[in-house]
Design a protein. Sequence first.
Length: 446
Amino acid sequence: MASAAEQMAAGLSLGAFSKATDLKKRIWFTLGALVVFRLGTYIPVPGIDATVMAHLMTQNGGGILGMFNMFTGGALGRMTIFALNVMPYISSSIIIQMMTAAVPMLQALKKEGESGRQKITQYTRYLTVIIATVQAYGISVGLQGMKSTLGPAVIDPGFFFTFTCVVTLVGGTLFLMWLGEQITSRGIGNGVSLIIFSGIVANLPVAIANILELGSTGALSTFFIISFFVIGFAVIGFVVFMERAQRRILIQYPKRQVGQRMFGGDATHMPLKVNTSGVLAPIFASSLLLIPATIVGFSKGAGPGWLQFLGRELSHGQPGYMILYAVLIVFFAYFATATVFNPEETAENLKKNGGFIPGIRPGANTAAYFDTVLTRLTTIGAAYLVIVCLLPEFVLSNYSLPFYFGGTSLLIIVSVTMDTVSQVQSHLLAHQYEGLIRKNRGKSRK
């Protein structure tokens, strides 16, 4: 059997890629879908004064709305049809997953297989419409109260603008939800993650230019800029290392005799990733954190004292924001891990197939062992996510650097890139195996 390095080299060879017609179609479809997404981030909502909106975003872009604008690829700052991006869909997915673990009806649907998953997906879509409608209405009301020295943000406020804005923003979110599903099924996978990824990456050149401009004006020293980029590359290397880190559990299969032949007796390894939740935990945490923060941000200055205090504490770089962000990351790291890996089910499947962990009894003891190992790994993974996501935030808040160099954005970029490369390698290897099978069939016929 070829080693992992040899398989990777074979998967990435130009000859194999040129022959993989299906993979090339998937890549072109994915690129086309992402181009459509980027074009939509420049189509404004009817009734918005783009000049005033750009001026307001320049003044208030350093807070939580600036981070939201990063996830939307700049669509919020320009108030375009994709201003909500896929955040309502992510929030809906979180709520449905939580309800699946607590509601018996949804648990039964999950066990029904493909038909049950389709029903759960349908419920997720319905809830996405509700969440997007509430957020769109809040944005439409908030926009009508926003003014700058250049004038009001809405040209003609009133019921018609509210209705148009809600329909446009909800429609944009539903279109992106559908587009993400198409990328997952007809593209190279990770549709929703790729949409968020492309929005962040599209504005990276501008963010780099802004840092260099700060250096040319003397706002940042040359030593600081060089150190910042060196540390950034070190963080990327650390993320790659942690995302590939895994605990390999030895699984032994007993020997059994069938007739005159012996079968089994093999040993294999079950890999458990240190960060099983992947990039989901930071995205889920950011998505939930943006809901109350956006409401507070639009109401700031016009509400009661406690609301203004909450707005200050939830602003970017403040202790309240940091603490809540860290708590949400840890919670969703454990929650996503529990959703992805079920110790009882895995132990039962091993028992049915005759597999066992040396020194551990099959059944309940094996499930308890998996649970203990997974809990320890998730603790390390959650601590890693908090460090990577929060430490750069202190630097960004103290030096007013762009959000695109924050820990969350770097984690999303690196993780999605690694997942996409793995998807491409899988398609290439599958294509090569199909070619070998066809060759063997041709030889057998001769």
